[in-house]
Design a protein. Structure first.
Length: 247
């Protein structure tokens, strides 16, 4: 077994872009600059998929399992670098077994410390098990870790705003109360997306004005900026903004 952690670190530094690092660090105030190598996401994704394929071939593991060398890397938590976390996230996306994927998420999510790593994860296998995933999402929404909650809201946005939508899912998100910026921003993003996809039910949430003013106003702002919402609807949504003194 090669030292996969060192191999991944060396491979990431070979892709380093200092200019991109400077730009990206400004977008992630929760991550120390020294923890960022500076690798563009397309290059990182390409590397992760290449390593996954090579390791699969080397140990001849089944399609449903995690290759041994990559499993070793995924167990070395916490990782040192931001890009290692992103590699870990992309590795999770390659998992083809639902339970294995959930187990990997449960292990990794508590170590996620920024919005970018949280949002990069979009495992396709989760979309095939929406009944089971919904129960897990409800658990995650009650957790104390910022990015566990953010990931749960992201799953509701990704997998439950089209054919799997139910109005009660809006209530799940609206019920989340937090002082964390990165949770509240995800709530607003979810609601803005829901306005574009499930307007009749979603607008009722805004009309009730049960949300924190910042979240309601940010959701409206994002919706107004969207090309998927008509000009007439945007005009009405602006009337639903909450003044800060309103409760």
């Amino acid at each position: 077994m090669k030292d996969m952690t060192k191999y991944i670190q060396d491979s990431l530094f070979a892709l380093q872009d200092e200019e991109y690092k400077s730009f990206h660090c400004r977008l992630m105030p929760t991550v120390e600059t020294d923890a960022v190598i500076g690798v563009r996401t397309p290059d990182l994704r390409k590397l992760a998929k290449k390593l996954w394929k090579e390791c699969k071939q080397d140990d001849k593991s089944s399609a449903e399992t995690i290759p041994q060398d990559i499993r070793y890397f995924m167990e070395q938590l916490p990782h040192k670098y931001y890009e290692e976390n992103n590699m870990h996230a992309v590795f999770i996306e390659q998992i083809k077994d639902y339970k294995t994927c959930i187990d990997a998420l449960e292990q990794f999510l508590p170590y996620v410390d920024n919005w970018a790593t949280c949002d990069i994860m979009s495992p396709k296998i989760l979309g095939k098990y929406t009944d089971e995933l919904l129960e897990k999402i409800k658990e995650w929404l009650c957790r104390s870790e910022t990015y566990v909650v953010r990931f749960a809201i992201g799953c509701l946005m990704r997998y439950y705003l089209d054919e799997n939508f139910k109005p009660e899912y809006l209530e799940l998100v609206a019920a989340v109360k937090s002082d964390e910026y990165y949770i509240n921003m995800m709530i607003a993003w979810y609601l803005a997306t829901a306005l574009a996809k499930q307007y009749p039910d979603t607008v009722k949430v805004l009309e009730d004005k049960c949300l924190a003013p910042w979240i309601q106003n940010k959701a409206i702002q994002k919706a107004v900026e969207s090309n998927r919402i008509s000009a007439e609807t945007k005009t009405y949504l602006r009337t639903l903004k909450i003044k800060q003194q309103e409760k």
